[in-house]
Design a protein around this ligand. Structure first.
Ligand SMILES: C[S@@+](CC[C@H](N)C(=O)[O-])C[C@H]1O[C@@H](n2cnc3c(N)ncnc32)[C@H](O)[C@@H]1O
Length: 231
């Protein structure tokens, strides 16, 4: 179904943010840089694909939040469409774009991963980092990511995920999941995101599991997966 980009609502015309949205946007603006610092090497390696493949011009970042990934996109990307349902993120994202010197490349739209306000095959790459942990219907979000990607386009992801069932941490994740939902504005520590990506019909999925070095209670989001899938 066509969703011309022009029909996507610019962030400032979207629904007014709730107090919870504003608080979460502020929280992300405070802890986002620390998380990015810890993941810097991983993100550099992951986004290196965008530097290598000069055909990647249009990148759609779903759940862009405060836009901590802009610094990794490199010089060949000439258009970044950031999509997020929380309009309180926009001010932070615009500030990050200014700081990264890419404000003129960025367009922000209000929207959800499960119904992207974009045309079929209109993106060279779709990016999601720490988003699928919050999206209830991951399968629908991944159908949408594939729909807006052109054939051969890249889906780049980095997500915290459920620990292996035999791992003691899996029990902590179940116990602390309600608290994760409150702190993370609907986030869950128990998602099997790589399995969902592998079942989403991409032609190839390359992924690596890794663990962030964190202590409890933060360690409930230590298990991660990062990778690239090809449409
Ligand atoms: C933990 S933040 C991560 C933000 C950013 N991607 C990062 O790496 O810092 C999760 C983001 O996903 C957004 N989000 C929540 N539900 C969403 C949905 N259904 N579709 C798209 N984005 C969503 C939130 O508003 C928030 O900006």
């Amino acid at each position: 179904m066509p969703h011309p980009e022009g029909q996507g609502k610019p962030c400032w015309s979207g629904q007014a943010p709730t107090l919870g949205d504003r608080l979460f946007a502020w929280f992300m603006s405070q802890c986002g840089p620390k998380v990015t610092w810890r993941l810097k090497g991983r993100k550099q390696a992951l986004f290196e694909r965008l530097h290598r493949d000069h055909g990647i011009k249009t990148v759609v970042e779903v759940g862009m939040g405060t836009a901590p990934n802009l610094e990794f996109y490199g010089p060949f990307v000439d258009k970044v469409i950031g999509i997020d349902p929380n309009t309180a993120m926009a001010a932070y994202a615009l500030r990050a774009a200014e700081a990264a010197g890419v404000a003129s490349k960025l367009r922000l739209l209000t929207g959800r991963a499960q119904a992207l306000p974009l045309d079929d095959a209109s993106a060279d790459a779709v990016v999601m980092t720490h988003v699928l942990c919050t999206v209830k219907d991951q399968a629908a979000a991944l159908v949408e990511a594939r729909r807006v990607l052109r054939p051969g386009g890249l889906f780049i992801f980095l997500e915290h995920v459920a620990a292996d069932p035999g791992d003691r941490l899996a029990r902590w994740q179940r116990w602390l999941d309600p608290a994760v939902g409150v702190v993370g504005h609907g986030c869950s520590a128990t998602r099997h995101t790589l399995e969902a990506i592998q079942a989403a019909g991409f032609s190839a999925v390359q992924a690596e599991r890794f663990r962030l070095d964190l202590w409890l209670p933060a360690a409930v989001v230590a298990p991660h997966v990062a990778g690239v899938a090809v449409r």
